[in-house]
Unconditional design. Structure first.
Length: 280
């Protein structure tokens, strides 16, 4: 663990220097740390962090790669981020869950100048897992809106399907509703989403289809919010950007509900592993 005051912070290059034990050393941030802390670090802030064996030469100076940031303090004593207590509490919470239902929806789009529009679910992808990430059930289905007609057909291009494929395979909302009810009653999972919209959409779907809710707000965990809390983020980050933080490869979101649910599952268990690694 290295602890020192930030000097020569270059926000564009994401490099900085630190005096530690009377010696000035130089460092650069890993890609995922740039995403999380790039706009937070400032000269004069106290920083605690861990480094990796990786180095690179910049302007004839050796820069060490920052593996993880554990604490940021703004002078004189304002703690902006302290990872240890926060991550420990999150780990206890997540490890106490027996089953996860990782879910994603794609919904209808408003027409041109359409007012008072309420989105309806037209595709759902989900993976039901145990606490270790083993998939118990999964599905990817198109769902017909209540009117049986999708108004704005631009949505088909957005979700990378055709009108014929959608209508040829779409099921009534009742099918999804009954499947969800059985899962909730049998497995009692926590529902993992990326952001707030999926919880909003499912709550709207109960009202639109005049059915009793089979979930409540306490069933949902917003994985995006956990990331923001864990890493001190002020702004939202996209699901695929979060995925690339863990796997460090570039992927383009295709807005397929099942693919998004799968990526959310991968991010969830990568996040849990990082919490476990931090505890060691």
């Amino acid at each position: 663990m290295i602890k020192g005051i930030i000097e020569d912070y270059n926000q564009k290059a994401q490099t900085f220097g630190v005096f530690s034990a009377g010696v000035k050393s130089y460092f650069y941030l890993r890609k995922y740390l740039v995403t999380i802390f790039g706009n937070t670090l400032k000269n004069g802030y106290l920083l605690e962090f861990e480094i990796a064996p990786t180095t690179k030469i910049i302007d004839k100076k050796t820069y060490h790669q920052v593996e993880n940031i554990t604490k940021i303090v703004m002078p004189p004593k304002k703690v902006l981020f302290d990872v240890n207590k926060l991550l420990g509490d999150m780990l206890v919470f997540l490890k106490g869950i027996n089953n996860f239902l990782v879910i994603d929806f794609e919904c209808t789009m408003a027409g041109f100048k359409q007012k008072k529009f309420i989105a309806e679910i037209i595709q759902v992808g989900y993976l039901l897992t145990d606490s270790n990430g083993v998939t118990l059930k999964q599905d990817n289905m198109y769902i017909l809106p209540k009117s049986k007609i999708v108004g704005n057909e631009r949505i088909f291009k957005f979700i990378s399907t055709t009108k014929d494929e959608y209508y040829g395979n779409a099921r009534d909302y009742e099918k999804f509703y009954n499947d969800l009810k059985e899962i909730m009653e049998t497995y009692h999972p926590k529902i993992i989403t990326w952001g707030r919209n999926d919880k909003i959409n499912i709550n709207y779907s109960y009202k639109i289809n005049n059915v009793e809710p089979v979930t409540n707000d306490f069933d949902f965990i917003n994985l995006l919010q956990l990331h923001k809390n864990a890493y001190g983020l002020k702004d939202d980050i996209g699901l695929y950007k979060a995925y690339c933080m863990y796997y460090e490869n570039e992927e383009v979101q295709d807005h397929n509900a099942f693919n998004d649910a799968y990526k959310t599952k991968e991010v969830l268990f990568s996040f849990i592993k990082r919490l476990e690694d931090n505890k060691r």
